[in-house]
Design a protein. Structure first.
Length: 313
C-alpha cells in the first residue's frame, strides 16, 4: 500500500490519475444526490412551500463530503447493507440546515451558496428559517428509518446518539455560537480552534463515527475514527480560509473575502497563508497515516482526504 504525503499530492498523482479520482468522487456525489433526494418530503399539500425550500437548498449540490465520508468509513470497516443510507441523507440535511441559517442576514448575510441564490433570497427570510428548522427535524425522522434496515437496534441507537450530540450545543451549534459572539473581536488560537473543531469538525466526526458504528466497530476503533475525522475537519476548514483569500469566486460558487468583510478572524488572519498551508499539510498527512493503520481497505478514503485539502472549491 502506497503512503502519499499530502504535500506531494501534485507529484504523486499524474494528470490522468487526478482526472480518474475527480471522476470517481463526482460519480459518488451524484449517487449520493439520488439517495438524499429519495428521502426528501414530497412537495405537496399545505406545507408545500417549506418542502420546496428544503429541496431547493439540499438539491443545490455540493461535494456531499459528509455522507461520502460516512459511507466510505462504513465500507472500510466491513459494512455492506443499506442501513447507512438514511443516515447519509440525514447528515446532509443537517449540514444544509446549517448553511441556510449561516447565510441569513442576521449571521453571514450571503446571497449566494453553491453557485446559486441562497434560500432567504429566493423564499424570504421567514421561510428560510423554517426550511432550516424543517431539515433539522426531518433529518432525525429520516435516520430513524434505519431501524427497519438492520436487526441490530443497538448499532442504530448508538448512531442516533452521535447524530443528536455532534450537531448540538457541545458540537456544531456550540462552535457557531462562539463564531457569532467573537465576530469583529480578536480570538485566541484556542478559541479559533474550538470554533473550527465544532462548527466544521463536529459533522465530519459524526459522519465517520456513524459509519464506523453501523459497520460494527468497537469503541477503540470509533475513537480512532473520531480523531482522524477531527484532523480532516480542521484541515478542511483551514483550507476554506485559504480559499476565501486566494480562491476564485466563480469556481467556489460564493464570494471570496467574505470572512474579512464580515469581520471574522480566521487561521489565515492569525498565521498567514504559508503557515496555514503547512498546517493543512500536517493535519492531512497525519489523518492519512492513521487511516493506513486502520483495519480494512482505506485506499479511497486516503485519496479523498488528499483531494479535499488540495481542492480549489
Amino acid at each position: 500500500m502506497m503512503s502519499v504525503k499530502s504535500e506531494s499530492y501534485n507529484d504523486a498523482y499524474s494528470a490522468e490519475q487526478k482526472k480518474s479520482l475527480d471522476k470517481a468522487i463526482a460519480e459518488r456525489a451524484e449517487r449520493i444526490d439520488g439517495i438524499v433526494a429519495g428521502y426528501l418530503p414530497k412537495v405537496e399539500g399545505f406545507p408545500r412551500t417549506v418542502c420546496e425550500a428544503m429541496a431547493y437548498s439540499v438539491e443545490a449540490g455540493g461535494k456531499r463530503l459528509r455522507p461520502m465520508l460516512m459511507e466510505e468509513t462504513y465500507r472500510m470497516l466491513g459494512g455492506s447493507t443499506d442501513v447507512v443510507k438514511p443516515f447519509m441523507a440525514a447528515i446532509e440535511m443537517i449540514h444544509t440546515y446549517s448553511l441556510i441559517h449561516d447565510d441569513l442576514p442576521a449571521l453571514d448575510n450571503d446571497d449566494y451558496r453553491r453557485g446559486r441564490q441562497t434560500s432567504h433570497v429566493v423564499f424570504g427570510e421567514a421561510m428560510a428559517i423554517l426550511a432550516g428548522d424543517a431539515l433539522l427535524n426531518y433529518a432525525y425522522e429520516t435516520a430513524c428509518k434505519a431501524f427497519d434496515l438492520d436487526e441490530d437496534a443497538r448499532k442504530v441507537s448508538e448512531a442516533l446518539r452521535i447524530l443528536a450530540r455532534k450537531p448540538g450545543v457541545y458540537g456544531m451549534l456550540g462552535g457557531q455560537v462562539v463564531d457569532v459572539e467573537m465576530t469583529g473581536r480578536t480570538l485566541t488560537r484556542e478559541q479559533l480552534e474550538y470554533v473550527y473543531e465544532n462548527k466544521t469538525g463536529a459533522l465530519i466526526e459524526a459522519s465517520m463515527m456513524i459509519g464506523a458504528v453501523l459497520a460494527g466497530a468497537d469503541s477503540e476503533q470509533v475513537e480512532a475514527v473520531e480523531k482522524i475525522a477531527s484532523d480532516i475537519g480542521m484541515a478542511f476548514q483551514v483550507q476554506d480560509d485559504i480559499l476565501d483569500v486566494c480562491g476564485d469566486s466563480m469556481v467556489l460558487g460564493k464570494p471570496t473575502l467574505s470572512d474579512e468583510e464580515n469581520g471574522k478572524i480566521t487561521y489565515v488572519t492569525i498565521h498567514g497563508i504559508e503557515k496555514s498551508r503547512q498546517y493543512v499539510r500536517d493535519l492531512s498527512e497525519r489523518a492519512v497515516r492513521e487511516l493506513e493503520e486502520m483495519d480494512g481497505d482505506s485506499e479511497f478514503l486516503r485519496k479523498l482526504v488528499l483531494w479535499l485539502i488540495n481542492r480549489q472549491k
